[in-house]
Design a protein. Structure first.
Length: 465
């Protein structure tokens, strides 16, 4: 380890920054955020740095650097881009016993500034010792995606209870177990999900209840999107990495399950036409039963849980059982698959509205206001409609829709084996049969369907024309 990682309190302390350009502005933003009493020495300031000074974030001395400028400074930064000036600043600071950082000159640095993930007061620093700054920035981006936006506020929230926990729990081991439950359970889940009232109530109960009281787990009903793991939301990704148990559907591919915590249990409850590994009632009961064991349960569903995903029924059941629950939306198949196929669901020249319908209603067959759908001027997206494609087309045509209306079918949308075929409303049933289309697939009806890429494998990226 060539550099010792430290966190330095600069609040109200004088810091000298030499330079007035873009490099200096980047350092100035960081130092002002850290609360430093910043002095910028430069003959001129570029716009961003000048605006920061005008806003009162720093003081500007409009002249070249002088040796006396380093006096009483806690740190010195030089960011002029002029080798001779930077070397002079570094030598002067070292002679005065002040640590110095020269931007892009590691050989002149007493310390280096890491790439920073800021969730104040939670701060993460990433450094490669100056060997690969781009790699440090990439690592920062990866860590940014992992850490919830409200993580810093969670730390401050936890601090509100430190004194009470210390007074209630005498042993260090007891306090440690409390904080593990606090950050790993429903209290932190509720807070990070934006429900501070529930989190505070649960935290107070946790502080005051006997240590032997059973823990209650949580249920997160999470949308996994249309299939491509890159389309998971950041919150879905974080929940998968912390879950104790993941209850997942048939449409959840192995690439998405790879994001599940390695030692978490995975329970398959997939359903397909005529083949249900678990009934909906059984799935509902499983979520509640495992949560009552104190486990963090993720109910992982393809697409969005509230778009033909029966997420509403599952939410009602968990709420009725008194279990903390959160619904995390996902990219629904209609938007995800249409985008991957190059189909705009609304387009000023084609469709002013879009309607999602299911190919299977509560009584089995498709159930819709066919007269309203047949009027045109909109896009119709059919979920789970392969087996009823002929019936859907027949109803729309019988109610006045033009049989030549464009239609497209997207199979395995957003995945490497995505397949898109185009045809007309009248030939919809034949389009399914002749092309060997199998579930999962989505049907798009309307003039926008003619805009689909129309190849056996629709390109995810289109070449510029």
């Amino acid at each position: 380890m060539n550099y010792l990682p430290l966190f330095m309190d600069l609040r109200g302390r004088p810091v000298l920054l030499v330079g007035g350009g873009e490099m200096a502005a980047a350092k100035a933003r960081m130092l002002v955020k850290a609360g430093a009493d910043l002095v910028v020495v430069a003959p001129r300031l570029e716009r961003e740095l000048d605006e920061l000074v005008q806003a009162g974030g720093a003081r500007h001395i409009a002249r070249p650097f002088r040796q006396a400028d380093v006096a009483d400074s806690a740190l010195v930064y030089s960011a002029t881009g002029d080798a001779a000036i930077d070397e002079h600043v570094a030598a002067t600071a070292r002679a005065a016993g002040v640590a110095v950082n020269v931007v892009d000159r590691q050989d002149l640095c007493d310390f280096i500034t890491p790439a920073i993930v800021d969730r104040d007061p939670v701060v993460v620093g990433i450094s490669t010792g100056g060997a690969a700054p781009v790699l440090a920035r990439r690592l920062r981006a990866s860590i940014e995606a992992l850490l919830p936006a409200r993580l810093g506020k969670l730390a401050l929230f936890a601090n509100d209870f430190r004194a009470a926990v210390k007074s209630k729990l005498e042993s260090g081991a007891g306090r440690r177990r409390f904080w593990e439950r606090f950050f790993d359970g429903p209290i932190a889940d509720a807070f990070l999900g934006g429900d501070e009232r529930t989190a505070r109530r649960a935290a107070l109960e946790a502080v005051n209840r006997p240590a032997e009281a059973p823990e209650v787990g949580t249920v997160h009903i999470v949308g996994a999107g249309p299939g491509d793991p890159d389309l998971l939301t950041m919150r879905a990704f974080r929940l998968l990495s912390h879950a104790d148990l993941v209850i997942h559907d048939r449409l959840i591919g192995p690439d998405i399950l790879d994001y599940v915590r390695r030692d978490a249990e995975r329970l398959y409850v997939g359903k397909s036409r005529g083949n249900h590994s678990r009934t909906q009632d059984e799935i509902n009961d499983l979520m509640v039963a495992y949560a009552r064991q104190g486990r963090r349960v993720v109910r992982l569903k393809g697409g969005d849980p509230f778009v033909f995903g029966r997420g509403g029924e599952e939410l009602d059941h968990v709420v009725a059982a008194g279990i903390p629950v959160e619904v995390v939306p996902g990219i629904t198949a209609a938007t995800g698959c249409a985008a991957a196929a190059g189909i705009p669901l609304t387009h000023r020249d084609h469709a002013g509205a879009v309607t999602f319908i299911s190919g299977h209603g509560k009584d089995g067959g498709p159930d819709a206001d066919w007269a309203a759908l047949a009027k045109g001027g909109q896009t119709i997206v059919v979920y789970m409609g392969l087996s009823t494609a002929g019936e859907i087309a027949g109803q729309l045509i019988a109610h006045g829709m033009n049989p030549s209306t464009p239609a497209a079918i997207i199979a395995n949308g957003t995945l490497p084996d995505q397949k898109v075929v185009r045809g007309t409303l009248a030939g919809l049933e034949t389009l399914v049969a002749d092309n060997g289309i199998e579930s999962p697939a989505l049907i798009v009806i309307g003039s926008v369907a003619a805009l689909a890429a129309g190849s056996a494998e629709a390109p995810r990226l289109r070449a510029a024309s």
